[in-house]
Design a protein around this ligand. Sequence first.
Ligand SMILES: [Zn+2]
Ligand SMILES: [Zn+2]
Length: 210
Amino acid sequence: MSYWSSTREQRTTQLFLEETPNSCSNLAFEVFAHGIDSESAEVVVETLRFFKPRKIEVRALKEVPETSYNLIRHQYNGFLVAKWLDTLRTAKDSVVLGVLNVDAYVDPLNFIFGLALPELNLATVYVARLKINATKSGFIARIKKEVVHEVGHVFGLRHCRNKSCVMSFSNSLADVDRKDFRMCSTHYAELKNRVPCVSDELLQPPKTGT
Ligand SMILES: [Zn+2]
Ligand SMILES: [Zn+2]
């Protein structure tokens, strides 16, 4: 049996499953984690709960295919990883989120913190760089922001000019650290349109004293 025809169960193991049958939405997340400790996986789950899904499943990836690794750049090709993750999903309409402790790129960028492909209902977050010069709590804060950012893209949100909005583009760790995990009111309204149940904990509080 070839690698690509092996089953999802052979390529992954289940780490976590939470179903909320009375959730107001039909949203399901299928998370695929690689090289992620349980505390970080828990942060991912907590972050996804802001979207009030009916189901969150986390599966550990046994490996990331070598065919998606670029031997010259020593990085994974973000598009190839995304396409591979798409083959692991159980349902077309669930949102797939890959959280991988590797470094990745897509041309023409030197590296990416994450990649969202809304047409595939799929996002990825690459945490290897998020660990750089980070305390544990700093690392966790970065994961949270990148998960909201990439999932926001899956729901059609675009980049924001407001540097504190989670949907602002991050070109560096300083950019990630500067932004909030929450959204500006414009982006929150747009998200609410797509995901009516979403928690208002993702909305930045209004600025005071200005
Ligand atoms: Zn982005
Ligand atoms: Zn915004």
